[in-house]
Design a protein around this ligand. Structure first.
Ligand SMILES: CCCCCCCC/C=C\C=C\CC(=O)SCCNC(=O)CCNC(=O)[C@H](O)C(C)(C)COP(=O)(O)OP(=O)(O)OC[C@H]1O[C@@H](n2cnc3c(N)ncnc32)[C@H](O)[C@@H]1OP(=O)(O)O
Length: 713
């Protein structure tokens, strides 16, 4: 028996060479009767080294012929899949005549998530093995499936609970001498679907809709279509052609950047030098959530799903019962999606989930997440109480989206254990957790919050304390520009369309209707920008000498809070309705508003809409980096991709800026700033100017142009 060993993500080229050499040697040696391919260290293969994709010759082109070589071997080749078989790794397994997997193994073709397609004949072999609908789903989503599902789909021949390699050797011995023709996937026809053409057409529409401008899913579908329409060799040619298109698209680079950015933010560090190496997380065996509004409900659900026992607290029985019902509904829905159902979550067990109005029940929890509404006085009152009731080591987290962490911490006797954990709605679905450290927050508290993010299957991003932190702070100038564009002549649907065409899930006005216009209104009232505390005689469209638009306030004064009141920037079929329709009332309201303020409406083209919204957001990003609020551009990008619906295939706002070119971003900001001198958000940040002055360096070098002293933390 010849044994070939594959190494996960080591030098791909060396693995390929070893595979080719081993196969040739095995074929030439008459004493070898069968071949078994396995990985090292309990992992079959996670595919190509993603960093190597910038050198095309090293990958796609090289693996296909080797997979063919495996398949054409006259000796049976068995894949022993342990750990993961992903991308090129699974394509190798598809070339084998038999596949045997450990029960805990995972498989998938995630190339699409990297802006590519399985370019080593995977788009041609997988449909032949498991049928077009399932193959298409795996290839266009890139999802990883467990071995148990792979067995049901026919992707593997057998799963084992014990030693996969021994089982594979047994299988190989058993099949020696059996005909290999029926095991060669390239020779099999693609299984028929009743109306293949109609199926593919419908699938294409769905894929395009979900892709939101991302090329890879559509080209994956085209490659699978080729498998249904042409012989294997022709399909392979088409696959290669499409692979080359994707490889040279900027989207693949953006998606690969996003892959590494998400891993890079896990290695958090503060300007004071704290990091994983200086802090270990505290165990979180029991948690509490205060406030069962929209955010609190999602947070409780998220904790229960992660098997962390939770005490859920509300201010009185009426709110508690309302919250309890809503949480139970969410958990039932989540349980239905899981294999073990409600039993697996065990949320009816009071030891797992307890509802109370009694603060004293929080005495033994390891971590509290306060999720009451955005009111500093209320939050301080709660934190003061927590600091008295909770055990000494308990971590006190606040789910604020903008408020000052230091001020909240000042209400406690243990500011080192106070930290911001900004969840995104719906909290049990959205992947982002913005983790905000204050002046006194300890490294242990940061490490614990980061570990919590991981346990909740979220991406934790550590940032510093400032109004709006990173995500919302960058969002303010973006939304502000969107509203200014309305004042100047545009309409909500026109602005949204441009940003949705760019790839955002929803544009700023649809988003604001969904979130509720009253949220921002309350916050602006709190800041004294509108409402009774606004000094008499304040000009309608100016605050502290800067341009201000009262449009959102005026809508709220008309009771237009968005979806919840069936009217906002759009109109909806009913209160709570989701279908936004342009509203003639709003259009005439905007005309009257412009007349009142002597604004002459003008036509605003798509380029201006896009640039003013995006470049002002990016500009704020540069200011955030310069202030040391985030430790690198990838932090901002990960926040935007995972929390704000930024199109992943554009790599995040800062990566996008690097692809547009910083000189162009600067030029445009300068132009818009000259036209609107009373809008500070359009004034180019000093850091952006510096980067342009030093010659527009690549994004990975940006931070090296900041002097250490610039950090305000
Ligand atoms: C059988 C032989 C084939 C091998 C040679 C192939 C030759 C290539 C030819 C053709 C091309 C094929 C296309 C592809 O294969 S594209 C790559 C497809 N694979 C993937 O997309 C897998 C990506 N990785 C993951 O999904 C996960 O990392 C996973 C493997 C599931 C492990 O997850 P987890 O345990 O959570 O660990 P991390 O994600 O944090 O990863 C740990 C570190 O490893 C780095 N990593 C992981 N995968 C890759 C990769 N494919 N290339 C480069 N680096 C990778 C990751 O960045 C982490 O590094 P660090 O700790 O420094 O951040």
């Amino acid at each position: 028996m010849e044994l070939l060993s594959l190494t996960v993500n080591s030098n791909s080229l060396a693995v390929l060479q070893a595979l080719e050499d081993g196969l040739k040697k095995a074929d030439a040696d008459p004493s070898v009767k069968a071949v078994m391919i396995c990985g090292e260290n309990g992992k079959f293969s996670a595919g190509a080294d993603i960093r190597g994709f910038s050198s095309p010759k090293r990958h796609g082109g090289a693996l296909g012929p080797i997979v063919s070589l495996i398949e054409s071997s006259e000796k049976p080749v068995v894949a022993a899949i342990e750990g993961v078989a992903l991308g090129g790794g699974l394509e190798v397994a598809l070339g084998c005549h038999y596949r045997i997997a450990h029960v805990k193994a995972w498989m998938g073709l995630p190339e699409v998530t990297l802006g590519l397609l399985p370019g080593a004949e995977g788009t041609q072999r997988l449909p032949r093995l498991i049928g077009v609908p399932t193959a298409l789903d795996m290839i266009t989503t890139g999802k990883h499936i467990p071995a148990t599902e792979a067995l049901k789909l026919g992707l593997v021949d057998e799963i084992v609970e014990e030693n996969t390699i021994e089982a594979a050797i047994r299988l190989a011995n058993k099949v020696i001498g059996q005909p290999l023709g029926p095991r060669r996937l390239s020779l099999k026809p693609v299984p028929k679907v009743p109306n293949m053409e109609a199926f593919l057409r419908e699938a294409a529409v769905k894929v395009k809709q979900q892709a939101r401008g991302c090329l890879a899913p559509e080209l994956c579908l085209q490659a699978v279509r080729a498998a249904t329409e042409t012989p294997f060799a022709e399909g392979v040619r088409r696959e290669r052609e499409l692979f080359r298109v994707l490889l040279s698209s900027g989207q693949a680079q953006a998606l690969q950047y996003a892959f590494f950015a998400e891993r890079a933010v896990h290695r958090w560090a503060t300007p004071a030098g704290a990091s994983w190496s200086s802090a270990a997380p505290q165990p979180v065996c029991k948690a509490a959530v205060i406030g069962l509004g929209t955010m609190g409900r999602g947070i409780v659900t998220s904790l229960v799903k992660a098997s962390i026992p939770v005490v859920a607290l509300e201010q009185d029985l009426e709110y508690l019962n309302k919250g309890r019902k809503a949480v139970m509904l969410l958990l039932e829905r989540e349980a239905m999606k899981m294999e073990g159902g409600a039993q697996s979550l065990d949320f009816h067990n009071p030891a797992r989930l307890q509802f109370t109005v009694d603060f004293d029940l929080l005495h033994d929890v390891d971590l509290v997440i306060e999720a009451v509404f955005e009111n500093m006085a209320l939050k301080k009152e709660i934190f003061h109480k927590l600091s008295k009731i909770c055990k000494p080591g308990a971590l006190l987290c606040t789910n604020t989206s903008a408020l000052n962490i230091d001020e909240i911490a000042s209400a406690t006797s243990r500011p080192q254990q106070v930290i911001g954990t900004h969840f995104f709605s719906p909290a049990h679905v959205m992947r982002l957790l913005e983790i905000i450290y204050g002046r006194h927050t300890s490294p242990t508290a940061i490490a614990t919050a980061m570990q919590l993010a991981k346990t909740l299957k979220k991406v934790g991003v550590v940032v510093g304390n400032c109004f709006g932190f990173v995500g919302n702070r960058m969002m303010f100038p973006y939304v502000q520009q969107a509203v200014f564009l309305l004042e100047e002549g545009s309409r909500p649907e026109a602005v949204d369309q441009v940003l949705e065409d760019f790839g955002f899930k929803i544009g700023p006005f649809r988003m604001s209707d969904l979130a509720g216009l009253d949220v921002g209104w309350r916050s602006r009232q709190g800041q004294g920008l509108t409402g009774p505390s606004l000094p008499a005689g304040t000009p309608a469209r100016q605050r502290q000498g800067q341009r201000y638009s009262p449009l959102p306030d005026l809508l709220c004064e008309h009771g237009r809070f968005g979806q919840k009141t069936a009217k906002g920037w759009y109109q909806y079929e009913k209160a709570g309705g989701r279908t936004a329709t342009p509203d003639p009332w709003l259009h005439s309201f905007l005309s009257r508003y412009r007349d009142t303020h002597g604004i002459k409406a003008r036509f605003i083209d798509q380029e201006e809409i896009l640039e003013r919204c995006l470049f002002s957001l990016i500009n704020e990003g540069f200011a955030i980096l310069a202030e040391g609020i985030a430790s690198g551009p990838e932090h901002l990008d990960v926040i935007y991709i995972n929390g704000y619906g930024w199109p992943r295939h554009r790599g995040g706002p800062m990566f996008y800026a690097s692809t547009v070119g910083l000189p162009r971003v600067l030029d445009k900001l300068q132009k818009y700033s000259e036209a609107h001198p009373d809008v500070p958000g359009l004034r180019p940040s000093a850091f952006l100017k510096k980067l342009v002055a030093v010659g527009n360096p690549p994004i990975k070098e940006w931070m090296s142009y900041l002097s250490q002293q610039s950090s305000k933390l």
